[in-house]
Write a protein that binds this ligand. Structure first.
Ligand code: SF4
Ligand code: ZN
Ligand code: ZN
Length: 307
């Protein structure tokens, strides 16, 4: 049997071995054309959603995982002005390893990496239950949002980028649809515009699947943390991802069609209907944006006796 030919090589008259099968797009690609295809697709997403331009200063939230490191590398390669921010959650082994991967990439591409240590600012994420009844992931979301926005604003960045991929977005979308959570659905968009002191937030990998993102990172020789965060045992999101993967395997393209259909057909209607009504004010202690008099992070610090 003759081996399959790369779809793009065939058109261009070259002949490199196929390394990636993308049934959702009916493509079989060699390594080089896969990298080109993925970068083009992200560039197209950035332009389509008007995420940023080469004049912007971008801060990428890097976790040490494949998506955020791959995104940072890709933006740098495409000529964007992008630095990184790593938030060290103080999880034994997991945090020190992922921090090292983020630092390795920063050195390789010669860009600045800011590091915020939760243990120094508040306490390791695992110890926070002493001061809050919220689950670790909910606290983690709060502190990450807080420090991402704060560091980006203080250092003069104009956009915050995160490495959420298509599988992440589809799993969240599916969950929000199952519960008809209209408020969350209205905010599920790859671009959230700047709102007063909140910076613009973007997800340039929203049309790149988890597998595509992992291959991009591996093909570029970037080391990343493989084990999941030990707190990620969120049964419903894992079950959703498993279910959606079964649908995808039965009908390739299901995920991208579901997600882009939502963005095109429903998201604009929901955004129109549920215009933001929350009043933002500035935290009386730290000056960061909040909906209460004292922001959640300062409330935590107060409980810990740190302020
Ligand atoms: Fe944070 Fe939870 Fe994600 Fe771990 S799994 S990084 S604790 S949100
Ligand atoms: Zn090729
Ligand atoms: Zn505050």
């Amino acid at each position: 049997m003759t081996p399959p030919k790369c779809t793009i090589c065939k058109a261009k008259g070259t002949n490199f071995p196929v390394q990636v099968l993308l049934p959702s797009y009916n493509l079989k690609l060699c390594r080089g054309h896969f990298l080109e295809w993925l970068e083009g697709r992200v560039e197209d997403t950035i332009r389509h959603f008007r995420m940023f331009t080469k004049r912007d200063r971008i801060l990428v939230a890097v976790s040490g995982g494949k998506d955020s490191l791959g995104l940072w590398f890709l933006l740098h390669r495409l000529g964007y002005d992008a630095d990184g921010l790593y938030i060290d959650l103080g999880i034994p082994e997991y945090s020190s390893q992922s921090r090292r991967y983020a630092q390795d990439l920063a050195e390789r591409i010669q860009r600045t990496l800011y590091v915020v240590s939760l243990s120094e600012e508040l306490a390791p994420i695992g110890d926070m239950k002493q001061w809050s009844r919220k689950p670790a992931c909910s606290l983690c979301g709060t502190v990450k949002r807080y420090y991402m926005n704060r560091v980006a604003r203080e250092k003069g960045y104009t956009v915050l980028a995160t490495g959420h991929n298509l599988d992440d977005e589809v799993a969240v979308l599916w969950n929000n649809v199952l519960q008809w959570n209209m408020e969350y659905l209205a905010r599920q968009y790859p671009v959230l515009p700047a709102e007063g002191p909140f910076l613009k937030k973007v997800k340039p990998l929203c049309r790149i699947s988890e597998k595509e993102s992992a291959l991009y990172t591996i093909f570029n020789g970037i080391s990343y943390i493989k084990p999941e965060c030990p707190y990620s045992v969120n049964a419903s999101s894992l079950e959703n991802k498993k279910f959606l993967q079964q649908l995808e395997e039965a009908r390739p393209g299901t995920k991208i069609t579901f997600y882009t259909g939502f963005l095109r057909e429903l998201a604009p209607l929901l955004q129109e209907k549920t215009r933001e009504t929350t009043e933002l004010t500035l935290c009386r202690v730290c000056g960061e944006p909040t909906t209460t008099e004292v922001c959640s992070v300062c409330q935590l610090k107060q409980k810990m006796g740190r302020i």
